[in-house]
Write a protein that binds this ligand. Structure first.
Ligand code: RIB
Length: 311
């Protein structure tokens, strides 16, 4: 059983030919709202992965924006622990998605900032606590301490990029970052391998977009090349990766298998619009894994070399 503690945002999305540069106005195409927020996306991904039972601790305003967020989470089968905030608006995110499927996101955290240490439910029975960084850092640290004391594994997706103190890193069992987030935490390094070595967290996973991902598990390294898809919208792909990874680990998968499941799910999440609306279920992931053969030696070697991993 997994507990996700973190953010829920209503995403206000405009598609446009390209993401505007500072000072530029771009004429976009359609405007849509989607249920989002890194925490809520990860909870939905964990639930859709099947097998794992997913619960989420989140904070919502008492406004209309909260309604579709709660509906999307419960519709996916996530059991909710909701902190209701009368004086704060539900979190929102303003997203431009380019025709090349890339995005730029600005978050107004609102009620997400109201999550405090005292809100964490009793951790007994949860194998993993999964968190992100759209909630206050002091709260993330308090939850990590409580989860560790209860014997749950603490997983942090350090997104969006923020500087983290060593005290928080010491509380983690698994850290998931992209390349930019890795640099924010441990400074620019000559290679991904060097960044992985600098961190003292037992397991570190680095997602590398269309290249795939790599991980250090203790002193061992793993790589998983990305699954080739035609991207439509990459919003929520990283969240899908995190939720499915932790769901697979909760079910007893080893890290190599969990990385493969998470990579397939995140590839599929890029093929549909929106965050939670794009997260595949376990049947779709299984179909992709059956279609696409195991990575060939050349692809594995290329990824190892990109990361400068030891042979
Ligand atoms: O990772 C994607 C998410 O980031 C969006 O759903 C948005 O709400 C922001 O939290």
């Amino acid at each position: 059983m997994i507990l996700v503690a973190g953010s829920a945002n209503l995403d206000f999305v405009v598609r446009a030919p390209h993401i505007p540069a500072p000072g530029e106005t771009v004429l976009g195409h359609a405007f849509t709202t989607f249920p989002g927020g890194k925490g809520a996306n990860q909870a939905v991904a964990a639930a859709r992965a099947g097998g794992a039972s997913a619960q989420m601790l989140l904070a919502l305003g008492e406004d209309a924006f909260a309604v579709p967020l709660e509906a999307s989470l419960t519709g996916a089968g996530v059991l909710l622990h909701i902190v209701r905030c009368a004086d704060l608006a539900t979190g929102t995110a303003f997203i431009c998605v380019s025709d090349a499927a890339e995005n730029a996101i600005t978050v107004a955290p609102g009620a997400n900032n109201a999550l405090e240490g005292r809100h964490l439910p009793a951790m007994g029975g949860f194998s993993h606590l999964l968190m992100q960084l759209e909630t206050p850092l002091a709260t993330v640290a308090a939850y990590a301490r409580a989860a560790r004391a209860a014997g749950s594994k603490v997983v942090l997706n350090a997104a969006p990029a923020r500087q983290l103190d060593a005290g928080l890193l010491d509380l983690l069992d698994i850290l998931v970052v992209n390349q930019g987030e890795l640099a924010s935490i441990c400074g620019n390094s000559a290679s991904i391998a060097e960044g992985l070595q600098r961190l003292k967290v037992p397991v570190v996973v680095v997602t590398l977009g269309e290249r795939g991902c790599c991980a250090r598990v203790g002193e061992h390294y793993l790589v998983q090349p990305a699954f080739a898809v035609q991207p439509v919208d990459t919003t929520g792909a990283g969240d899908t990766f995190c939720g499915v990874l932790v769901a697979a680990l909760d079910q007893g998968a080893d890290m190599a298998h969990a990385l493969r499941q998470a990579s397939a799910a995140s590839a599929l999440a890029c093929t549909r619009a929106g965050a939670q609306s794009s997260i595949p279920d376990t049947t779709a992931v299984a179909a992709l894994l059956q279609q696409q053969p195991r990575s060939d030696i050349g692809a594995l070697e290329a990824l190892r070399s990109f990361c400068a991993l030891p042979p």
